[in-house]
Design a protein around this ligand. Sequence first.
Ligand SMILES: C[S@@+](CC[C@H](N)C(=O)[O-])C[C@H]1O[C@@H](n2cnc3c(N)ncnc32)[C@H](O)[C@@H]1O
Length: 230
Amino acid sequence: MNPLSIGQHVRSYVLRQGRLSPGQQRAIDQLYPLWGIVFNARQGPLSFEELFNRRAPTILEIGFGMGEPTIEIAKTFPEKNFIVVDVHGPGVGNILKLIDQEQITNVRVLRHDAVEVITHLIPFSSLTGIHIFFPDPWPKARHHKRRLIQKPFIDQLAQHLENKGYIHLATDWQDYAEQMLKVLSHCTALTNTVSDFSARPYYRPLTKFENRGLKLGHSVWDLIFVKETE
Ligand SMILES: C[S@@+](CC[C@H](N)C(=O)[O-])C[C@H]1O[C@@H](n2cnc3c(N)ncnc32)[C@H](O)[C@@H]1O
């Protein structure tokens, strides 16, 4: 049996409770019913057409954090649908506020563990793209097992990409970047779009945090692989 499907996977996050601002809590109460997806494993895979009231290429983002880059990308591609997943309450409140303020209609938010989301809610061969930007690096060796980018998860994600669909990862941790390159390169369904790391594509905005790091001489590694079924 696939261990990911029985809820026993090692979690890639630690949920810190509290610290929701009143505005974030209000956004969750008022806006999650409009733009959120309630996780229900028993309901079976989502119909993207029903969810967005249109047929359009659909991107899944895992771990959107506070959501600013996500909203920028959604504004760059109004013709695409975005299903964006995170477990972090303040971030969920924040992205819902941004959706409301900027009158975004092509984003749906899912507050749940992405491993369970992909297992239960995302149809096979349905996604045009998957974005995972700056996943938690878990720098201590004894915590590496918590890193999201591991072979079983990437093999599973690849099954949910359509043919020619892409997966785009970014990290500012060199050893995690190397692990990502190794894992993606060993996934037989995926092909690198370049020989190792990609240049940052125009659609991924430079965050304040990233900009600061780059000025200090830190690096960022992007990886873009595509699914080739032939
Ligand atoms: C370091 S933050 C990066 C956030 C954002 N992508 C950015 O670039 O600023 C990683 C995010 O991934 C989320 N996360 C980690 N594991 C997750 C999982 N299994 N499912 C959903 N979200 C997850 C965390 O809650 C956190 O918000």
